[in-house]
Design a protein around this ligand. Structure first.
Ligand SMILES: NC(=O)C1=CN([C@@H]2O[C@H](COP(=O)(O)OP(=O)(O)OC[C@H]3O[C@@H](n4cnc5c(N)ncnc54)[C@H](O)[C@@H]3O)[C@@H](O)[C@H]2O)C=CC1
Ligand SMILES: CC(=O)N[C@@H]1[C@@H](OP(=O)(O)OP(=O)(O)OC[C@H]2O[C@@H](n3ccc(=O)[nH]c3=O)[C@H](O)[C@@H]2O)O[C@H](C(=O)O)[C@@H](O)[C@@H]1O
Length: 419
């Protein structure tokens, strides 16, 4: 049976592009979100998040009548759940949004429907979601490992890179983790509507662990680079040169150090493994701790630079201007969520008695959390008048700065731009 109507629950950074791409292939898509601002914005053909090329696809899908948003789930042939999965307390996964989404679709489910969990989830979450659905709909048979049911259920993680979502959504291979092989087959059929990459089928638990593994792998590799940056600072070695040299080895590929790890996935997902396997996941936990400690280390370097600057210049701290370059969680985007650069800049602004300037070409005003403790300035002003420069995000605009314009002796460069 083909899919006529597809429903996507949660219209954020993952759900909205997914809904829009299905709609662009002529499917009737019902997007569901509890945020009525998002729903109204989408129904006007606009978008409430920033992602290159997404706006055009959504506008066209809405204009053609293929994409419609609502706050209440309606009947469909397939449901994709893409709601947040943060952690709470001591890094325990919080599945309450998944539970709420499952309970919201339960009343409209019918035999033959497919339910896919896309949210990054701890191992066992899809079985848990199946149980919530089964409790809510005792009239339907739900699948269990080894036994098919009336409904198909699968875990299919999303692995798109923010900033390249509209390309990677189509091109990346997809891991398809059905509760049973029949569930996997049905889920693959759905993604083949738009997928150019391959559907690789497995079971739900392996698919859940696969997503967590991918992000933990990157976190551990970045932690290795960040640890090297601390060691090199002690040894008087340029960490950027060191990594470039080591990466000339045919089997070495070290990532880049920075002010810490941001975004709301890589800094979160490894904790799901640690929470379930505290005894075994020692390296994964340590990597998280190394990366989380990096903003504090950067702040210490800024304090050290200020002390040197005061001694050399004879000025008072209140006369010194510190300029922070970049606030986003990574280069060339405007996303400030869970940004280590933001943490560093904010902590400088709170601690420093002089002026704190922020240069961030991707935003029009500073977030309110800075209150009036920092000022957004343009690159030339910061380069000409600031006493201490702190490079936090290697945006292309910053990499393009002519080195001869950078004359300050006090520079804390977390990205190796002004080596
Ligand atoms: N943003 C990313 O780059 C990636 C995110 N993921 C995962 O995808 C999931 C979703 O992430 P994002 O899209 O970034 O989050 P988001 O916060 O941008 O969007 C989630 C949306 O779900 C809505 N929502 C919450 N509860 C709901 C409910 N009960 N019913 C309907 N809508 C509800 C929210 O209002 C929000 O609009 C998370 O598990 C995340 O870890 C996975 C890969 C990449
Ligand atoms: C394994 C992997 O590459 N996962 C991707 C990741 O997207 P995200 O944009 O969060 O990843 P990212 O580009 O590595 O950036 C994360 C953080 O790590 C930092 N970072 C990244 C690479 C590096 O060499 N050094 C470094 O410090 C970035 O500056 C940023 O603060 O997480 C996404 C997710 O799960 O949300 C996932 O879909 C993406 O494919």
């Amino acid at each position: 049976m083909s899919f006529t109507t597809i429903s996507v629950i949660g219209l954020g950074y993952i759900g909205l592009p997914t809904a829009a791409v299905f709609a662009s292939r002529g499917k009737k898509v019902i997007g569901v979100d509890i945020n009525s601002h998002a729903v109204d914005t989408i129904n006007r053909g606009n978008i409430h998040i920033v992602e290159p090329e997404l706006g055009d696809v959504v506008r066209e899908a809405v204009q053609q009548g293929n994409l419609r948003a609502t706050t209440r789930p309606e009947a469909a042939d397939a449901f994709l759940i893409a709601v947040p999965t943060p952690f709470v307390d001591d890094h325990q996964p919080d599945l309450r949004y998944v539970q709420a989404a499952a309970l919201a679709i339960a009343p409209v489910l019918k035999a033959g429907d497919l339910v896919i969990l896309e949210s990054t989830s701890p191992v066992g979450a899809t079985e848990q979601m199946t149980q919530w659905l089964a409790d809510a709909r005792p009239d339907l048979r739900f699948p269990q490992p080894g036994n098919d049911g009336d409904v198909f259920i699968a875990y299919c993680p999303e692995r798109v890179l923010p900033g390249k979502v509209m390309i990677e959504l189509l091109e990346n291979d997809r891991v398809i983790g059905g509760i049973t092989p029949a569930c996997s087959a049905r889920a693959s059929e759905l993604y083949r509507i738009f997928l150019q990459g391959e559907c690789v089928e497995t079971n739900a638990r392996t698919a859940e662990m696969c997503k967590l593994t991918e992000n933990s792998f990157r976190d551990v590799n970045i932690a290795f680079a960040n640890e090297l940056s601390l060691i090199c600072a002690e040894q008087g070695i340029d960490v950027w040169e060191l990594i470039a040299l080591a990466n000339r080895h045919p089997r070495v590929n070290i990532l880049q150090p920075g002010p810490g790890v941001g975004g709301h996935c890589i800094a979160v997902d490894p904790w799901f493994i640690v929470a379930q396997n505290p005894q075994q996941a020692r390296l994964i936990r340590t990597a998280r701790e190394v990366n989380d400690a990096k903003p504090g280390w950067v702040l210490d370097r800024v304090k050290q630079s200020l002390a040197e600057c005061l001694t050399a210049s004879g000025k008072r701290a209140s006369d010194i201007t510190i300029a922070c370059f970049g606030l986003a969680f990574k280069p060339n985007i405007d996303d400030l969520r869970e940004s280590p650069a933001m943490t560093v800049a904010q902590r400088i602004a709170e601690w420093h008695s002089g002026s704190t300037w922020v240069v961030e070409p991707h935003i029009a005003e500073l977030p309110s959390r800075f209150a009036d403790r920092a000022t957004l300035v343009a690159t030339p002003e910061a380069l000409q008048h600031a006493d201490i420069l702190v490079m936090l995000v290697d945006h292309a605009q910053f990499r393009a700065i002519d080195g001869s314009q950078v004359t300050q002796p006090w520079i804390v460069d977390t990205k190796g731009v002004w080596r």
